[in-house]
Design a protein around this ligand. Structure first.
Ligand SMILES: *[C@@H]1O[C@H](CO)[C@@H](O)[C@H](O)[C@H]1NC(C)=O
Ligand SMILES: *[C@@H]1O[C@H](CO)[C@@H](O)[C@H](O)[C@H]1NC(C)=O
Ligand SMILES: *[C@@H]1O[C@H](CO)[C@@H](O)[C@H](O)[C@H]1NC(C)=O
Ligand SMILES: *[C@@H]1O[C@H](CO)[C@@H](O)[C@H](O)[C@H]1NC(C)=O
Ligand SMILES: *[C@@H]1O[C@H](CO)[C@@H](O)[C@H](O)[C@H]1NC(C)=O
Ligand SMILES: *[C@@H]1O[C@H](CO)[C@@H](O)[C@H](O)[C@H]1NC(C)=O
Ligand SMILES: *[C@@H]1O[C@H](CO)[C@@H](O)[C@H](O)[C@H]1NC(C)=O
Ligand SMILES: *[C@@H]1O[C@H](CO)[C@@H](O)[C@H](O)[C@H]1NC(C)=O
Ligand SMILES: *[C@@H]1O[C@H](CO)[C@@H](O)[C@H](O)[C@H]1NC(C)=O
Ligand SMILES: *[C@@H]1O[C@H](CO)[C@@H](O)[C@H](O)[C@H]1NC(C)=O
Ligand SMILES: *[C@@H]1O[C@H](CO)[C@@H](O)[C@H](O)[C@H]1NC(C)=O
Length: 865
C-alpha cells in the first residue's frame, strides 16, 4: 500500500504537495478538493505525530461519494466525517473561511457547513488525538469534531450524555443508517426507531462498578468505560487487553464494536450484541433471523406464507399478492387507501420472538389474545402484535416492523401476528376472529425458500469488508476454555492461586466465617492487603481440573454489582478453593434473624431489589443463563449501605442434578425449595424465583418461614373468627400460609416484622406480599421472570394478582407443617416428608403429584443426612 510510503515520508514530518506542506494547521482562504490533493489521496492536514490525517476522501471502491473525513492513517479507518448525508464528487470543494468550514459542489451548490461561530477563525488544526478544531486568534476552541461525533469515538474523546453516535448506512456510504447509540444516566444503549435493543450493562464483560449518574463514555488503552462524578468514578467498565490504539464504533451492522489496531493488524476486542439476531433490522422487515454459532453471520429467511419483496430487498411481504402489509399512519408514505381494505392477522410460526419483548413494557398485561388483536386493529400505527400466553402480555409493533428472532429455547410462549390488508373489502369479513386463511395461501416448500433466502443473504452480506481481516469472536477474552488455563492474564478474570498462597492468606485457615453448602469459608488477607473470603470446597464429585477451570472461568467472568465477585481460585491436586471478595456485613440471615439492630424498611427494600437484580442478571443478563439453585438468606451477602450481593452462583453447575438435589434437600435448606425439586419436573430459572419469593416473605416478617411464631405476633385466633385457619396452630405457623390468608383478607400490616414497630405502610407490605405470592406459584410457568419481579419491586409495573389455584399447595403444606410440629420439633422433618403427608391425606389434590413418592422413596427417606 502507498501508506507505507506515506508513512516513510511522514516520518520526515511533512510532505510537499504542489508546493504545499502538510502540517497540523491550515488558515482561512484555504480550499481543498480530492482532485487538488490527489497525490496524497485527498489529505490536506496531518496531526502532529502522523497518527491522523484529514482528507476529502472516498471510502468505497467506486469513486463517486467524497466526504471531509478524519482518518486514522495507519489503518485507513475513518473516525469522523462531516458531510455524511451530503457527499460531493471528487471536484467538490472544502473551504476554510473566517466564518468556518463549508463544503460545496464544484458548481457552488451548498452541501455542508459548520454552525455560526462566536468569533473569527484563525486556524484549523488537526490535533494529535484526532480532533479537528477551529481556533480563534487566542488559541481558543470555536468548534471541534469531538463534540459532533459520527459513528466512532477514539482514545481521548468523551461521548457525553445527550450526544449520540449514528451508524452509517454501509461501509461505503456514510449517510445515517438505522441505528443509534446514546447514553442514559446509568447505561449505554443501542436503539432502532427509538426502541432500545441492547444495553452495555447486560454484557457479560461489563462490570457495574458504582451507581453514580453517568456523564460520559470513553475508551482508553485498557478498556471501555462509563464515567460519573466528573470523571472520578467509573460506573460501568469493560476491561480489554492493553492496546495502544483503539476505537469504539457503532458499526453499520448495528453492533457496538471496539477495535484495536496493532500495526496493520485489526482485532475486535468487544462486540455488543454478540448475537447479530438481536439487531432489530438485521434481516430487514419481517425477515426471520437464525443465529449461526459456526459462522458469525446470522441466517435470514422469510416466515412461512411470506416472500422476499424483491430480489434486492431484504424485507418480506405476503406470498399471496392479494394481501399487503399496512403502512403506519405516522409514515409519510401513509395513504388513506388502507381504510377501504379489510384487515386481518397472519400468525408467525413457532418459536418467534421480537427484540422489544426483552426491552419494553407490554402495552397491556393480563388480556386475552383477541383483546390484544383488537387493540392493534384500532391503532393505525400498529402493524402487528406479540402476545405472551402465560402472562397475557400484549406488545404492539408500531410504525415499522423489524426482523424476527427465531428462538429455539423451550420456554418461549410468544405468539406473533402481523396485520395484513386484503385489496378489496370483503362482505363476509369478520374482524373479531379474523385469522389468516392459511389454506388459501400457497405454502411454498420451506427448504426451497430457505435456500433462496440464504443465497440472497450471502450475496447481500458479502460486500467487501473495509475493515480488512477482522478476527472472529472466538478471539474474545470471554472464552478462555479452549486456551491454556495456566496463565490468566486478562483483567477481570479470576486469578489462579497456589494452595500455599491461600494457606498463608488465611493464616492456615484460622478464622472460619461461615459454612456454605459447598464447604467452610475462611477470612483471608491477600498480599495486596485486600480482604477475601476463601471457600474450601468439599462435597464435589471431584471433576477434572479442566472442567473445573472452565466453570470457574465462566463464573469469574460474570460481573454485576449485585453478585459477589470471584477473585480467584485454586485447583491443585484434590484441593478446590474459591476466593471471593469479602463482604463486611455478613449474610442476610444474620442481619434479618440475628440479635442485631433492626433492618429498617427502606433497607429491606434495597436488599430485596439488589438481590432481585442480581438474580435477574444471572437469568437473563449474561450470555449463558445461570440458575442459582440455592437462593436463601445465607447466600445473600451484605456490603456497606446494605448493598446486597448474591453468592455461590454458578456452583450448582459443578454438580450433576442428582448430587445437587440431594445436597440441597438434605442440607436442610427447607422452606426455600420449589416443589419441582421433589418432582421430576425440570429445574429452571423459575425454581430460583420460587426461592426468592420465600426470601421476600422472610424479609417482610423478619423471621424464618418455618419457625415458631413469636408471641409479639398478635394474631388472636378468636379475633380472626376464622376457625378453619391453620395459622391458628399450636405455637407454630408456616408463614407463607399466614401471608396467603392475610392477603385474602387484605390485612397486610399483620405481616410486618413487629420489630419495625409500625414504621412501614400497609401498601408497601402489600406490594412485597403480592410479588412474593406470585413467585411461589406451584406451576413454574405462572411465576414471573426475575426481570419482571425487579420491575414490580421498582414499581415500574403493578404486581400481578396471585393465582389461588396455584397456591393451594401452600395450604396443604402449611397445615401439615403445624400438625407435624405439634408432634416433634419443627426441624425434624424434611420438606419432602411434609409434602408426602400433605399428599397422602389430601389425595384429591391434583396439585401434588405422585411423583413425590417415587422420588422420595428412592432418594430421600433412607438418604444420608
Ligand atoms: C480571502 O478571500 C477574500 C475573498 O475571497 C478576500 O477578500 C480576502 O482578502 C482574502 N484574505 C486573505 C488573507 O487572502
Ligand atoms: C501521537 O500522539 C498521540 C497523542 O499524544 C499518542 O497517543 C500517539 O502514541 C502518538 N503516535 C506516535 C506514532 O507517536
Ligand atoms: C493552544 O491550546 C492548546 C490546548 O487547548 C495547547 O495545548 C497549546 O499549547 C496551545 N498553543 C499555543 C500556541 O498556545
Ligand atoms: C425519535 O425520537 C425523536 C425525539 O424524541 C424524534 O424526533 C424522532 O423523529 C424519533 N424517530 C423515530 C424514528 O421515531
Ligand atoms: C483507562 O481508564 C481507567 C478508568 O479510569 C483507568 O483505570 C486505566 O488506568 C486507564 N488506562 C490507561 C492505560 O490509562
Ligand atoms: C435493485 O437495485 C438496483 C440498484 O442496486 C436498482 O436500480 C433496482 O431498481 C432495484 N430493483 C428493485 C426491484 O428494487
Ligand atoms: C403514531 O401514531 C399514533 C396514533 O396515531 C400516535 O399515538 C403516536 O404518537 C404516533 N407516533 C409518532 C412517533 O408520531
Ligand atoms: C416510502 O416508500 C418508498 C417506496 O416504497 C420507500 O423507498 C421509502 O423508504 C418509504 N418511506 C418511508 C418513510 O417509509
Ligand atoms: C384520502 O384523503 C384525501 C384527503 O386527504 C381525500 O381527498 C381522499 O378522498 C381520500 N381517499 C379515500 C379513499 O378516502
Ligand atoms: C381513514 O382513517 C382515518 C384514521 O384512521 C380516519 O380519520 C378517516 O376518516 C378514515 N377515512 C375514511 C374514508 O374512512
Ligand atoms: C377476552 O376478554 C374479553 C374482555 O376481557 C372478553 O369479553 C372476551 O370474551 C374474551 N375472549 C375470549 C376468547 O376469551
Amino acid at each position: 500500500m502507498d501508506f507505507i510510503l506515506f508513512f516513510l515520508i511522514l516520518s520526515l514530518s511533512s510532505i510537499p504537495v504542489f508546493g504545499f506542506t502538510l502540517t497540523e494547521f491550515v488558515y482561512p482562504n484555504f480550499t481543498a478538493s480530492n482532485l487538488h490533493f490527489i497525490d496524497s489521496t485527498g489529505s490536506f492536514l496531518v496531526s502532529n505525530n502522523g497518527t491522523f490525517k484529514a482528507a476529502i476522501f472516498n471510502p468505497g471502491s467506486e469513486q463517486v461519494n467524497f466526504y471531509l473525513c478524519v482518518i486514522h492513517a495507519e489503518s485507513n479507518t475513518i473516525i469522523w466525517s462531516a458531510n455524511g448525508d451530503a457527499p460531493v464528487s471528487n471536484s467538490g470543494i472544502m473551504r476554510l473561511t473566517k466564518n468556518g468550514i463549508d463544503i460545496t459542489e464544484k458548481d457552488g451548490s451548498f452541501k455542508w457547513s459548520t454552525p455560526p461561530l462566536k468569533s473569527e477563525v484563525y486556524a484549523l488544526q488537526l490535533t494529535a488525538a484526532g480532533n479537528l478544531i477551529l481556533r480563534d486568534q487566542f488559541n481558543g476552541t470555536l468548534w471541534q469534531s469531538f463534540d459532533h461525533p459520527t459513528d466512532t469515538i477514539v482514545i481521548g474523546q468523551k461521548l457525553r450524555v445527550g450526544m449520540m453516535l449514528s451508524s452509517a448506512i454501509s461501509g461505503d456510504a456514510l449517510s445515517k443508517g438505522h441505528y443509534r447509540l446514546s447514553l442514559t444516566a446509568s447505561d449505554t444503549m443501542l436503539q432502532w426507531q427509538n426502541l432500545t435493543y441492547w444495553k452495555l450493562s447486560m454484557e457479560t464483560q461489563a462490570y457495574t462498578n458504582s451507581n453514580y449518574a453517568v456523564e460520559y463514555m470513553s475508551v482508553n488503552q485498557t478498556g471501555l468505560y462509563l464515567f460519573g462524578q466528573r470523571g472520578s468514578a467509573v460506573v460501568i467498565m469493560v476491561n480489554l487487553l492493553q492496546s495502544t490504539f483503539r476505537i469504539a464504533k457503532l458499526d453499520d451492522s448495528g453492533q457496538l464494536i471496539v477495535i484495536s489496531f496493532v500495526g496493520s493488524d485489526i482485532k475486535r476486542d468487544f462486540v455488543g450484541p454478540v448475537d447479530a439476531c438481536r439487531v432489530p433490522y438485521v434481516c430487514g422487515g419481517l425477515g426471520v433471523c437464525t443465529s449461526d454459532v459456526l459462522s458469525d453471520n446470522p441466517k435470514c429467511s422469510c416466515p412461512a406464507n411470506f416472500n422476499l419483496r424483491s430480489h434486492n430487498s431484504s424485507s418480506c411481504v405476503p406470498s399471496d399478492s392479494s394481501y399487503s402489509l399496512p403502512v403506519s399512519c405516522n409514515s409519510t408514505n401513509y395513504s388513506n387507501l388502507s381504510n377501504s381494505s379489510s384487515m386481518s392477522y397472519i400468525r408467525l410460526g413457532f418459536g418467534m420472538d421480537y427484540f422489544t419483548t426483552g426491552f419494553t413494557k407490554p402495552f397491556r398485561y393480563g388480556v386475552n389474545l383477541s383483546v390484544c388483536q383488537n387493540l392493534c386493529s384500532v391503532d393505525c400505527s400498529c402493524l402487528g402484535i406479540f402476545y405472551a400466553n402465560s402472562s397475557g402480555s400484549c406488545y404492539k409493533l408500531e410504525d415499522e416492523i423489524g426482523s424476527i428472532m427465531l428462538r429455539t429455547s423451550t420456554n418461549n410462549d410468544l405468539l406473533g401476528f402481523v396485520k395484513i390488508l386484503s385489496g378489496v373489502s370483503n362482505d363476509s369479513f369478520d374482524q373479531e376472529t379474523a385469522d389468516f386463511p392459511l389454506v388459501a395461501i400457497v405454502i411454498l416448500p420451506f427448504t426451497g425458500i430457505f435456500l433462496l433466502m440464504a443465497l440472497a443473504f450471502i450475496l447481500w452480506r458479502s460486500k467487501p469488508q473495509r475493515m480488512g481481516k477482522i478476527k472472529s469472536k472466538k478471539n474474545q477474552p470471554s472464552s478462555p476454555s479452549s486456551e491454556d488455563l495456566d496463565d490468566f492474564s486478562i483483567p477481570g478474570l479470576p486469578v489462579r492461586f497456589e494452595y500455599k498462597q491461600l494457606e498463608a492468606a488465611t493464616d492456615n485457615f484460622k478464622t472460619q466465617i461461615g459454612t456454605g453448602g459447598f464447604g467452610a469459608v475462611y477470612k483471608g488477607v491477600l498480599p495486596d492487603n485486600s480482604l477475601v473470603a476463601v471457600k474450601k470446597i468439599i462435597n464435589l464429585g471431584i471433576q477434572g481440573q479442566r472442567d473445573f477451570c472452565t466453570e470457574i472461568a465462566i463464573i469469574g467472568n460474570i460481573h454485576h454489582i449485585n453478585l459477589v465477585k470471584l477473585k480467584g481460585f485454586c485447583a491443585q491436586e484434590r484441593q478446590r478453593l474459591l476466593v471471593y471478595e469479602y463482604m463486611n456485613r455478613g449474610s442476610l440471615d444474620r442481619t434479618l434473624f440475628g440479635n442485631v439492630p433492626v433492618l429498617e424498611w427502606q433497607e429491606r427494600v434495597e436488599i430485596a431489589l439488589g438481590s432481585a437484580r442480581g438474580l435477574a442478571y444471572l437469568h437473563s443478563g449474561c450470555e449463558q443463563k445461570i440458575v442459582h439453585c440455592d437462593v436463601k438468606p445465607e447466600n445473600i451477602l451484605l456490603h456497606d449501605n446494605f448493598q446486597a450481593k448474591i453468592s455461590d452462583f454458578g456452583l450448582s453447575k459443578l454438580l450433576n442434578r442428582e448430587q445437587s438435589s440431594l445436597i440441597t434437600t438434605m442440607r436442610g435448606t427447607r422452606g426455600y425449595l420449589a416443589p419441582e425439586w421433589l418432582t421430576s419436573s425440570a429445574i429452571s430459572d423459575k425454581t430460583d424465583v420460587y426461592s426468592f419469593g420465600m426470601v421476600l416473605l422472610e424479609i417482610v416478617s423478619g423471621r424464618k418461614n418455618c419457625s415458631a411464631r413469636t408471641q409479639s405476633h398478635s394474631l388472636d385466633d378468636t379475633a380472626t373468627g376464622d376457625h378453619s385457619s391453620s395459622s391458628s396452630a399450636r405455637g407454630l405457623v408456616y408463614f407463607p400460609l399466614f401471608a396467603l390468608e392475610m392477603h385474602e383478607q387484605g390485612r397486610y400490616l399483620e405481616l410486618a416484622d413487629p420489630k419495625l414497630e409500625g414504621r412501614v405502610s400497609g401498601g408497601d407490605i402489600e406490594k412485597f406480599v403480592r410479588v412474593a405470592l406470585c413467585c411461589v406459584h406451584e406451576e413454574p410457568s405462572l411465576r414471573p421472570a426475575m426481570v419482571s419481579v425487579v420491575s414490580m419491586l421498582e414499581g415500574e409495573i403493578p404486581p400481578t394478582e396471585p393465582r389461588m389455584e396455584s397456591l393451594n399447595f401452600v395450604r396443604f403444606y402449611g397445615r401439615h407443617f403445624s400438625e407435624a410440629s405439634t408432634m416433634e420439633e419443627a426441624g425434624g422433618q424434611t420438606d419432602a416428608m411434609l409434602y408426602v403427608q400433605a399428599n397422602t391425606s389430601h389425595t384429591t389434590s391434583r396439585s401434588i403429584s405422585n411423583a413425590y413418592f417415587s422420588y422420595i422413596s428412592s432418594q430421600q427417606i433412607s438418604g444420608p443426612r
